[in-house]
Design a protein around this ligand. Sequence first.
Ligand code: HEC
Ligand code: HEC
Length: 345
Amino acid sequence: MKKLTFRRLAFILVGLVAGILSVASIDSLSAREKQVVELPLGLDPFKVPADNPLTKAKIELGKQLYFDKRLSSDNTVSCASCHDPNKGWSNDAAFATGVDGQMGGRSAPTIINSAYFPLQFWDGRAKGLEGQALGPIANPIEMNLPIEKAIEKLNEIPGYKQQFKKVFRSEITADGIAKAIASFERTVLSGNAPYDKFKAGDESALSPEAKRGMDLFFNKAKCSACHKGHSFTDLAFHNIGVGYDKDKPDPGRFAVTNQEGDRGRFKTPPLRDIHTSPPYMHDGSVKTLKEVVEFYNKGGIKNAQLDEDMKPLKLTEQEVADLVTFMKEGLKSENYPHVDPPELP
Ligand code: HEC
Ligand code: HEC
Protein backbone atom coordinates (compact mmCIF):
# COMPACT_ATOMS: atom_id res chain seq x y z
CA MET A 1 0.00 0.00 0.00
CA LYS A 2 2.75 2.36 1.02
CA LYS A 3 4.69 1.58 -2.16
CA LEU A 4 1.62 2.32 -4.29
CA THR A 5 1.14 5.77 -2.79
CA PHE A 6 4.78 6.58 -3.42
CA ARG A 7 4.48 5.51 -7.05
CA ARG A 8 1.34 7.54 -7.43
CA LEU A 9 3.07 10.57 -5.99
CA ALA A 10 5.99 10.07 -8.37
CA PHE A 11 3.56 9.89 -11.29
CA ILE A 12 1.88 13.11 -10.24
CA LEU A 13 5.25 14.84 -9.89
CA VAL A 14 6.46 13.67 -13.29
CA GLY A 15 3.15 14.75 -14.82
CA LEU A 16 3.41 18.16 -13.23
CA VAL A 17 6.96 18.77 -14.39
CA ALA A 18 6.10 17.64 -17.93
CA GLY A 19 3.09 19.93 -17.90
CA ILE A 20 5.13 22.91 -16.80
CA LEU A 21 7.82 22.16 -19.40
CA SER A 22 5.38 21.89 -22.30
CA VAL A 23 3.62 25.10 -21.32
CA ALA A 24 6.95 26.91 -20.99
CA SER A 25 8.11 25.81 -24.41
CA ILE A 26 5.04 27.12 -26.24
CA ASP A 27 4.88 30.34 -24.28
CA SER A 28 7.36 32.08 -26.53
CA LEU A 29 10.29 31.19 -28.72
CA SER A 30 13.06 29.18 -27.09
CA ALA A 31 16.60 30.53 -27.13
CA ARG A 32 17.51 28.19 -29.97
CA GLU A 33 14.44 29.21 -32.01
CA LYS A 34 15.33 32.86 -31.57
CA GLN A 35 18.52 32.16 -33.49
CA VAL A 36 16.45 30.73 -36.35
CA VAL A 37 13.85 33.51 -36.73
CA GLU A 38 14.52 37.10 -35.95
CA LEU A 39 11.53 39.10 -34.73
CA PRO A 40 11.25 42.44 -36.54
CA LEU A 41 10.88 45.64 -34.48
CA GLY A 42 7.35 46.02 -33.13
CA LEU A 43 6.29 42.34 -33.11
CA ASP A 44 5.72 40.24 -29.98
CA PRO A 45 7.10 36.70 -29.67
CA PHE A 46 4.67 34.08 -30.99
CA LYS A 47 3.77 30.64 -29.77
CA VAL A 48 5.13 27.54 -31.43
CA PRO A 49 3.48 24.15 -30.69
CA ALA A 50 5.64 22.11 -28.32
CA ASP A 51 5.75 19.22 -30.81
CA ASN A 52 6.91 21.38 -33.72
CA PRO A 53 9.96 23.41 -32.68
CA LEU A 54 11.44 25.67 -35.36
CA THR A 55 14.67 24.48 -36.92
CA LYS A 56 16.58 25.73 -39.97
CA ALA A 57 16.35 22.41 -41.82
CA LYS A 58 12.59 22.14 -41.23
CA ILE A 59 11.94 25.70 -42.43
CA GLU A 60 14.01 25.00 -45.55
CA LEU A 61 11.99 21.83 -46.26
CA GLY A 62 8.73 23.73 -45.69
CA LYS A 63 9.82 26.43 -48.11
CA GLN A 64 10.41 23.86 -50.85
CA LEU A 65 7.01 22.26 -50.28
CA TYR A 66 5.36 25.69 -50.26
CA PHE A 67 6.71 26.47 -53.73
CA ASP A 68 6.40 22.96 -55.20
CA LYS A 69 3.68 22.65 -57.87
CA ARG A 70 4.03 18.87 -57.76
CA LEU A 71 1.79 19.02 -54.68
CA SER A 72 -1.14 19.62 -57.05
CA SER A 73 -2.94 17.03 -59.20
CA ASP A 74 -1.70 18.45 -62.52
CA ASN A 75 1.58 20.03 -61.33
CA THR A 76 0.35 23.56 -62.04
CA VAL A 77 -0.48 25.02 -58.62
CA SER A 78 1.55 25.55 -55.44
CA CYS A 79 0.78 27.42 -52.23
CA ALA A 80 2.75 30.31 -53.74
CA SER A 81 0.38 30.46 -56.74
CA CYS A 82 -2.28 31.94 -54.48
CA HIS A 83 -0.09 33.27 -51.66
CA ASP A 84 2.64 34.86 -53.77
CA PRO A 85 5.52 36.67 -52.01
CA ASN A 86 5.53 39.16 -54.90
CA LYS A 87 1.85 39.97 -54.36
CA GLY A 88 1.74 40.60 -50.62
CA TRP A 89 1.71 36.81 -49.97
CA SER A 90 -1.79 36.87 -51.47
CA ASN A 91 -2.70 37.36 -55.12
CA ASP A 92 -4.22 40.13 -57.15
CA ALA A 93 -7.51 38.36 -57.93
CA ALA A 94 -10.77 38.74 -56.01
CA PHE A 95 -11.14 34.95 -55.95
CA ALA A 96 -8.28 32.48 -55.98
CA THR A 97 -7.98 30.11 -58.95
CA GLY A 98 -6.90 26.51 -58.41
CA VAL A 99 -6.26 23.55 -60.74
CA ASP A 100 -8.24 23.48 -64.01
CA GLY A 101 -9.00 27.17 -63.53
CA GLN A 102 -11.52 26.41 -60.78
CA MET A 103 -12.50 29.31 -58.58
CA GLY A 104 -13.57 29.46 -54.95
CA GLY A 105 -15.82 32.13 -53.48
CA ARG A 106 -13.24 33.87 -51.26
CA SER A 107 -10.06 35.82 -51.78
CA ALA A 108 -6.72 34.41 -50.65
CA PRO A 109 -5.67 36.10 -47.39
CA THR A 110 -2.06 37.09 -46.90
CA ILE A 111 0.25 34.68 -45.04
CA ILE A 112 2.11 37.62 -43.46
CA ASN A 113 2.14 37.34 -39.64
CA SER A 114 -0.23 34.34 -39.74
CA ALA A 115 2.11 32.87 -37.11
CA TYR A 116 0.02 34.81 -34.60
CA PHE A 117 -3.41 33.47 -35.55
CA PRO A 118 -4.82 30.72 -33.34
CA LEU A 119 -7.62 30.27 -35.92
CA GLN A 120 -7.01 30.24 -39.68
CA PHE A 121 -9.26 31.17 -42.64
CA TRP A 122 -11.67 34.09 -42.96
CA ASP A 123 -14.15 32.15 -40.82
CA GLY A 124 -11.58 30.64 -38.42
CA ARG A 125 -12.49 27.05 -39.25
CA ALA A 126 -8.94 25.63 -38.96
CA LYS A 127 -6.84 25.52 -35.80
CA GLY A 128 -3.34 26.92 -36.20
CA LEU A 129 -1.00 26.68 -39.16
CA GLU A 130 -0.45 22.93 -38.79
CA GLY A 131 -4.24 22.40 -38.87
CA GLN A 132 -4.55 24.46 -42.03
CA ALA A 133 -1.63 23.33 -44.19
CA LEU A 134 -3.00 20.05 -45.59
CA GLY A 135 -6.43 21.48 -46.48
CA PRO A 136 -5.51 23.22 -49.73
CA ILE A 137 -3.48 20.27 -51.07
CA ALA A 138 -6.51 17.95 -50.95
CA ASN A 139 -9.15 20.62 -51.69
CA PRO A 140 -10.67 19.74 -55.10
CA ILE A 141 -10.81 23.37 -56.23
CA GLU A 142 -7.33 24.28 -54.97
CA MET A 143 -4.58 21.69 -55.50
CA ASN A 144 -6.87 18.63 -55.75
CA LEU A 145 -4.33 16.03 -54.61
CA PRO A 146 -5.44 13.54 -51.89
CA ILE A 147 -2.78 13.47 -49.16
CA GLU A 148 -1.94 9.76 -49.73
CA LYS A 149 -1.26 10.62 -53.38
CA ALA A 150 0.86 13.60 -52.36
CA ILE A 151 2.93 11.34 -50.11
CA GLU A 152 3.31 8.81 -52.95
CA LYS A 153 4.51 11.56 -55.29
CA LEU A 154 7.00 12.98 -52.78
CA ASN A 155 8.28 9.47 -52.08
CA GLU A 156 9.53 9.33 -55.65
CA ILE A 157 11.78 12.32 -55.03
CA PRO A 158 14.96 11.21 -53.20
CA GLY A 159 15.76 14.77 -52.03
CA TYR A 160 12.49 14.90 -50.08
CA LYS A 161 12.92 11.41 -48.61
CA GLN A 162 16.35 12.37 -47.31
CA GLN A 163 15.14 15.64 -45.82
CA PHE A 164 12.21 13.99 -43.98
CA LYS A 165 14.67 11.44 -42.54
CA LYS A 166 16.93 14.24 -41.35
CA VAL A 167 14.23 16.60 -40.03
CA PHE A 168 11.64 14.19 -38.59
CA ARG A 169 13.68 10.93 -38.42
CA SER A 170 10.80 9.34 -40.32
CA GLU A 171 9.34 8.48 -43.67
CA ILE A 172 7.34 11.16 -45.48
CA THR A 173 4.11 11.65 -43.52
CA ALA A 174 1.12 14.00 -43.72
CA ASP A 175 1.99 15.23 -40.24
CA GLY A 176 5.53 16.07 -41.35
CA ILE A 177 4.33 17.92 -44.46
CA ALA A 178 1.99 20.05 -42.32
CA LYS A 179 4.68 20.76 -39.71
CA ALA A 180 7.32 21.76 -42.27
CA ILE A 181 4.99 24.10 -44.20
CA ALA A 182 3.71 25.65 -40.97
CA SER A 183 7.30 26.26 -39.83
CA PHE A 184 8.15 28.04 -43.06
CA GLU A 185 5.01 30.19 -42.78
CA ARG A 186 6.08 31.24 -39.26
CA THR A 187 9.10 32.98 -40.79
CA VAL A 188 6.96 35.27 -42.99
CA LEU A 189 6.90 38.26 -40.68
CA SER A 190 6.34 41.96 -41.20
CA GLY A 191 7.37 44.59 -38.67
CA ASN A 192 9.99 47.32 -38.56
CA ALA A 193 7.76 49.90 -40.23
CA PRO A 194 7.91 53.71 -39.79
CA TYR A 195 5.07 53.28 -37.25
CA ASP A 196 7.31 51.05 -35.08
CA LYS A 197 10.21 53.50 -35.31
CA PHE A 198 7.89 56.34 -34.35
CA LYS A 199 6.67 54.35 -31.35
CA ALA A 200 10.28 53.63 -30.40
CA GLY A 201 10.93 57.38 -30.20
CA ASP A 202 11.91 58.50 -33.72
CA GLU A 203 9.56 61.47 -34.27
CA SER A 204 10.73 61.92 -37.85
CA ALA A 205 9.82 58.37 -38.93
CA LEU A 206 6.28 59.40 -39.98
CA SER A 207 5.35 62.23 -42.35
CA PRO A 208 2.86 64.83 -41.02
CA GLU A 209 0.12 63.22 -43.17
CA ALA A 210 0.86 59.74 -41.83
CA LYS A 211 0.91 61.10 -38.26
CA ARG A 212 -2.52 62.66 -38.74
CA GLY A 213 -3.71 59.37 -40.26
CA MET A 214 -2.38 57.45 -37.24
CA ASP A 215 -4.26 59.75 -34.89
CA LEU A 216 -7.47 59.18 -36.88
CA PHE A 217 -6.86 55.40 -36.92
CA PHE A 218 -6.69 55.21 -33.13
CA ASN A 219 -9.33 57.87 -32.31
CA LYS A 220 -11.95 59.47 -34.56
CA ALA A 221 -12.09 56.65 -37.14
CA LYS A 222 -12.05 53.90 -34.45
CA CYS A 223 -10.15 51.46 -36.67
CA SER A 224 -8.29 50.24 -33.61
CA ALA A 225 -11.56 48.96 -32.10
CA CYS A 226 -10.83 45.85 -34.20
CA HIS A 227 -7.40 46.36 -35.82
CA LYS A 228 -5.41 46.42 -32.59
CA GLY A 229 -2.15 45.02 -31.24
CA HIS A 230 1.17 44.62 -33.00
CA SER A 231 -0.32 43.08 -36.17
CA PHE A 232 -3.40 45.33 -36.16
CA THR A 233 -5.93 42.56 -35.54
CA ASP A 234 -7.88 41.56 -32.44
CA LEU A 235 -7.92 37.99 -33.85
CA ALA A 236 -11.71 38.09 -33.45
CA PHE A 237 -14.66 37.99 -35.89
CA HIS A 238 -16.80 40.97 -36.86
CA ASN A 239 -19.61 41.85 -39.23
CA ILE A 240 -18.77 45.04 -41.13
CA GLY A 241 -21.34 44.33 -43.84
CA VAL A 242 -19.10 43.21 -46.72
CA GLY A 243 -21.21 41.22 -49.20
CA TYR A 244 -24.59 42.42 -47.90
CA ASP A 245 -25.16 44.28 -51.14
CA LYS A 246 -25.19 40.89 -52.92
CA ASP A 247 -27.99 38.34 -53.28
CA LYS A 248 -26.53 35.63 -51.09
CA PRO A 249 -24.11 37.04 -48.55
CA ASP A 250 -21.39 34.62 -47.37
CA PRO A 251 -22.43 33.38 -43.88
CA GLY A 252 -18.81 33.69 -42.62
CA ARG A 253 -18.26 32.56 -39.02
CA PHE A 254 -21.88 31.34 -38.79
CA ALA A 255 -20.99 28.33 -40.95
CA VAL A 256 -18.56 27.21 -38.22
CA THR A 257 -20.49 28.01 -35.02
CA ASN A 258 -24.16 27.95 -36.13
CA GLN A 259 -24.74 30.95 -33.87
CA GLU A 260 -27.03 33.50 -35.51
CA GLY A 261 -24.94 36.38 -34.08
CA ASP A 262 -21.94 35.11 -36.07
CA ARG A 263 -23.66 35.54 -39.43
CA GLY A 264 -21.56 37.70 -41.75
CA ARG A 265 -18.67 37.85 -39.30
CA PHE A 266 -15.13 37.44 -40.64
CA LYS A 267 -11.72 37.43 -39.00
CA THR A 268 -10.20 40.88 -38.63
CA PRO A 269 -7.29 40.77 -41.10
CA PRO A 270 -3.82 42.06 -40.15
CA LEU A 271 -2.79 45.37 -41.75
CA ARG A 272 1.01 45.36 -41.97
CA ASP A 273 2.23 45.82 -45.56
CA ILE A 274 -1.46 45.99 -46.51
CA HIS A 275 -0.71 48.17 -49.58
CA THR A 276 0.87 45.08 -51.21
CA SER A 277 -2.25 42.87 -51.27
CA PRO A 278 -5.23 44.39 -53.09
CA PRO A 279 -8.06 43.68 -53.73
CA TYR A 280 -9.41 43.75 -50.19
CA MET A 281 -12.00 41.94 -48.03
CA HIS A 282 -13.02 38.24 -48.02
CA ASP A 283 -14.65 38.62 -51.43
CA GLY A 284 -12.04 40.92 -52.95
CA SER A 285 -14.82 43.45 -53.55
CA VAL A 286 -12.85 46.56 -52.57
CA LYS A 287 -10.08 47.54 -54.95
CA THR A 288 -7.99 50.20 -53.20
CA LEU A 289 -7.19 51.38 -49.69
CA LYS A 290 -8.99 54.64 -50.46
CA GLU A 291 -12.15 52.67 -51.27
CA VAL A 292 -11.68 50.72 -48.02
CA VAL A 293 -11.68 53.93 -46.00
CA GLU A 294 -14.67 55.26 -47.96
CA PHE A 295 -16.50 52.01 -47.13
CA TYR A 296 -15.91 52.64 -43.40
CA ASN A 297 -16.72 56.34 -43.76
CA LYS A 298 -20.24 55.34 -44.85
CA GLY A 299 -20.52 53.03 -41.82
CA GLY A 300 -20.12 49.77 -43.74
CA ILE A 301 -23.18 48.05 -45.20
CA LYS A 302 -26.35 47.78 -43.07
CA ASN A 303 -27.60 44.37 -41.94
CA ALA A 304 -29.12 42.81 -38.81
CA GLN A 305 -25.74 41.76 -37.36
CA LEU A 306 -23.69 44.85 -38.22
CA ASP A 307 -21.04 45.41 -35.52
CA GLU A 308 -21.93 48.26 -33.17
CA ASP A 309 -18.58 49.96 -33.85
CA MET A 310 -19.67 50.46 -37.47
CA LYS A 311 -21.14 53.97 -37.67
CA PRO A 312 -20.69 56.66 -40.35
CA LEU A 313 -17.40 58.39 -39.49
CA LYS A 314 -17.89 61.86 -41.03
CA LEU A 315 -14.29 61.97 -42.24
CA THR A 316 -13.35 64.81 -44.60
CA GLU A 317 -11.64 64.09 -47.91
CA GLN A 318 -8.31 65.14 -46.35
CA GLU A 319 -8.88 62.78 -43.42
CA VAL A 320 -9.65 59.88 -45.77
CA ALA A 321 -6.37 60.61 -47.60
CA ASP A 322 -4.42 60.80 -44.31
CA LEU A 323 -5.72 57.42 -43.15
CA VAL A 324 -4.67 55.88 -46.46
CA THR A 325 -1.21 57.46 -46.07
CA PHE A 326 -0.88 56.01 -42.58
CA MET A 327 -1.56 52.51 -43.90
CA LYS A 328 0.56 52.88 -47.06
CA GLU A 329 3.59 54.57 -45.52
CA GLY A 330 3.29 53.99 -41.80
CA LEU A 331 2.73 50.23 -41.95
CA LYS A 332 5.15 49.52 -44.79
CA SER A 333 7.93 47.29 -43.51
CA GLU A 334 11.49 48.29 -44.24
CA ASN A 335 12.28 44.60 -44.57
CA TYR A 336 9.32 43.27 -46.52
CA PRO A 337 9.44 39.46 -46.14
CA HIS A 338 10.58 38.77 -49.68
CA VAL A 339 11.42 35.15 -50.47
CA ASP A 340 12.71 33.83 -53.77
CA PRO A 341 11.49 30.39 -54.90
CA PRO A 342 14.07 27.85 -53.66
CA GLU A 343 15.73 25.19 -55.77
CA LEU A 344 13.54 22.08 -55.61
CA PRO A 345 14.85 18.56 -55.07
C1 HEC B 1 -6.16 28.07 -55.35
C2 HEC B 1 -5.64 29.05 -54.46
C3 HEC B 1 -5.00 28.60 -53.16
C4 HEC B 1 -3.99 27.69 -53.00
C5 HEC B 1 -3.30 26.85 -54.04
C6 HEC B 1 -3.65 27.71 -51.59
N1 HEC B 1 -4.44 28.60 -50.92
FE1 HEC B 1 -4.32 29.11 -48.98
N2 HEC B 1 -6.02 30.14 -49.13
C7 HEC B 1 -6.74 30.36 -50.29
C8 HEC B 1 -8.02 30.96 -49.98
C9 HEC B 1 -9.09 31.36 -50.96
C10 HEC B 1 -8.06 31.09 -48.57
C11 HEC B 1 -9.21 31.61 -47.74
C12 HEC B 1 -10.27 30.55 -47.65
C13 HEC B 1 -11.29 30.79 -46.60
O1 HEC B 1 -11.08 31.62 -45.72
O2 HEC B 1 -12.32 30.12 -46.63
C14 HEC B 1 -6.77 30.57 -48.07
C15 HEC B 1 -6.38 30.60 -46.74
C16 HEC B 1 -5.13 30.23 -46.29
C17 HEC B 1 -4.61 30.47 -44.96
C18 HEC B 1 -5.32 31.19 -43.84
C19 HEC B 1 -4.76 32.58 -43.63
C20 HEC B 1 -5.55 33.40 -42.66
O3 HEC B 1 -5.20 34.56 -42.47
O4 HEC B 1 -6.56 32.92 -42.11
C21 HEC B 1 -3.34 29.93 -44.92
C22 HEC B 1 -2.38 29.94 -43.75
C23 HEC B 1 -3.10 29.34 -46.21
N3 HEC B 1 -4.19 29.55 -47.03
C24 HEC B 1 -1.95 28.63 -46.54
C25 HEC B 1 -1.85 27.88 -47.71
C26 HEC B 1 -0.85 26.84 -47.92
C27 HEC B 1 0.21 26.45 -46.94
C28 HEC B 1 -1.06 26.35 -49.18
C29 HEC B 1 -0.33 25.23 -49.87
C30 HEC B 1 -0.32 23.95 -49.19
C31 HEC B 1 -2.19 27.08 -49.73
N4 HEC B 1 -2.65 27.97 -48.81
C32 HEC B 1 -2.67 26.92 -51.02
C33 HEC B 1 -6.29 30.07 -51.56
C34 HEC B 1 -5.29 29.15 -51.84
C1 HEC C 1 -15.81 46.32 -36.21
C2 HEC C 1 -14.46 45.91 -36.47
C3 HEC C 1 -13.66 46.70 -37.48
C4 HEC C 1 -13.44 48.06 -37.54
C5 HEC C 1 -13.97 49.13 -36.60
C6 HEC C 1 -12.57 48.28 -38.66
N1 HEC C 1 -12.28 47.10 -39.28
FE1 HEC C 1 -11.19 46.88 -40.96
N2 HEC C 1 -11.78 44.93 -41.08
C7 HEC C 1 -12.54 44.26 -40.14
C8 HEC C 1 -12.94 42.97 -40.68
C9 HEC C 1 -13.76 41.92 -39.95
C10 HEC C 1 -12.44 42.91 -41.99
C11 HEC C 1 -12.67 41.77 -43.01
C12 HEC C 1 -14.10 41.89 -43.48
C13 HEC C 1 -14.50 41.00 -44.64
O1 HEC C 1 -13.64 40.62 -45.45
O2 HEC C 1 -15.69 40.70 -44.75
C14 HEC C 1 -11.70 44.15 -42.21
C15 HEC C 1 -10.98 44.47 -43.36
C16 HEC C 1 -10.17 45.58 -43.50
C17 HEC C 1 -9.23 45.78 -44.58
C18 HEC C 1 -8.96 44.79 -45.72
C19 HEC C 1 -7.85 43.86 -45.35
C20 HEC C 1 -7.64 42.72 -46.32
O3 HEC C 1 -6.62 42.02 -46.20
O4 HEC C 1 -8.48 42.48 -47.20
C21 HEC C 1 -8.62 46.99 -44.36
C22 HEC C 1 -7.53 47.63 -45.20
C23 HEC C 1 -9.20 47.54 -43.15
N3 HEC C 1 -10.13 46.65 -42.66
C24 HEC C 1 -8.86 48.78 -42.60
C25 HEC C 1 -9.65 49.40 -41.63
C26 HEC C 1 -9.61 50.81 -41.32
C27 HEC C 1 -8.70 51.82 -41.98
C28 HEC C 1 -10.54 51.04 -40.34
C29 HEC C 1 -10.95 52.35 -39.73
C30 HEC C 1 -11.47 53.33 -40.66
C31 HEC C 1 -11.14 49.75 -40.03
N4 HEC C 1 -10.58 48.79 -40.83
C32 HEC C 1 -12.12 49.53 -39.06
C33 HEC C 1 -12.88 44.74 -38.90
C34 HEC C 1 -12.93 46.11 -38.59
